[in-house]
Design a protein around this ligand. Structure first.
Ligand code: R5P
Length: 292
């Protein structure tokens, strides 16, 4: 297998190549003055099994387009197969027609990945794993939650309480609790579909005097996380940390969460950011070993 670190996941892709003992393939990238994307493979990929590592964090549309170009070009150049590893899959939250007439955007994205010629698809903590049923190629959804929980354990947060900021994240809190062992809970969240504002409540949580970590798949505006941290602090939690797999952290999301009382924010390199301290390279390398 040869590994192609895409322009959105250069560092992660190189780490994965190193872990696999595979050659990282350098690709030339540029953006034309009018905004169009250009890619060029600098070596032959003919006959190879090519693993393309490309996240689709902001700017999502550019990173998606680069992903399609990388897959399609590898196949055009005679690659035996193209494994598409997309640590963060953009548009996954638009998985339903929430309001009459809306696009179910993720269905279009899945169709385009397949149409480009991907033979296998891997992602991490996709917002709704049922989306993978839309693929007709084999696909896999990995979880980085144990890696995040291990990080906190190693930092000395033993037996911290694991909180899901909404019901959809409950599985993540349970997974974290298997590592942390300090109990888990979840909040009931409601989001206004037009303004994006969130409200949440969770009844009494067993957190007084305890350390706690809030786990979510994505931090976008930080509204959900800030609210969850505040609820934990109001209920007497000691130190509270915000953890997520995909730290999109748009605008002042980081400040917003820290101002709500969080000691720190910890994310993964599924989305590069100043908070992406946990690497998913070992997780993806292991999954890629299973493909070839
Ligand atoms: C939604 O259900 C997701 O799991 C996250 O909770 C959400 O995307 C976070 O968004 P924000 O940071 O804007 O509140």
């Amino acid at each position: 297998m040869i590994v192609v670190p895409g322009p959105a996941s250069g560092q992660l892709g190189s780490r994965i190549a190193e872990l696999l003992g595979a050659e990282p393939v350098s690709v030339d990238y540029k953006g034309f003055p009018d905004g169009e994307s250009y890619i060029r493979y600098t070596r032959s990929v003919a006959g190879e099994e090519v693993a393309i590592i490309q996240t689709t964090a902001p700017p999502q549309d550019t990173h998606l387009l680069q992903l399609f170009l990388l897959i399609k070009t590898a196949k055009d150049l005679g690659a035996r197969s193209a494994v598409s590893a997309v640590p963060y899959l953009a548009y996954a939250r638009q998985d339903k027609r929430f309001r009459e007439g809306e696009a179910v955007s993720i269905k279009t994205i899945v169709g385009l990945i397949e149409a480009a010629g991907a033979d296998y698809f891997i992602t991490i903590n996709i917002h709704n794993p049922e989306i993978l049923d839309e693929f007709s190629i084999p696909s896999k959804n990995l979880s980085a939650i144990p890696l995040l929980a291990e990080f906190f354990k190693e930092k000395g947060l033993k037996r911290a309480f694991s909180l899901a900021p909404d019901e959809g994240a409950l599985g993540m809190a349970k997974e974290a609790d298997e590592v942390m062992g300090g109990g888990y809970g979840w909040l009931r969240k409601r989001r206004d579909r037009i303004t994006g504002d969130v409200e949440a409540e969770g009844g009494a949580l067993d957190v007084r005097g305890k350390d706690a970590v809030v786990y979510d798949d994505i931090i976008s505006t930080g509204g959900t996380m800030a609210l969850a941290v505040k609820i934990l602090k109001d209920q007497g939690a000691r130190r509270v940390y915000a953890a997520c797999v995909h730290p999109l952290l748009v605008a002042n999301a980081g400040e917003r969460i820290l101002e709500s009382g969080a000691e720190g924010i910890v994310g993964t390199d599924c989305v590069p950011s100043s908070f992406s301290v946990v690497s998913v390279a070992p997780l993806l390398a292991k999954a890629l070993r299973g493909v070839s």
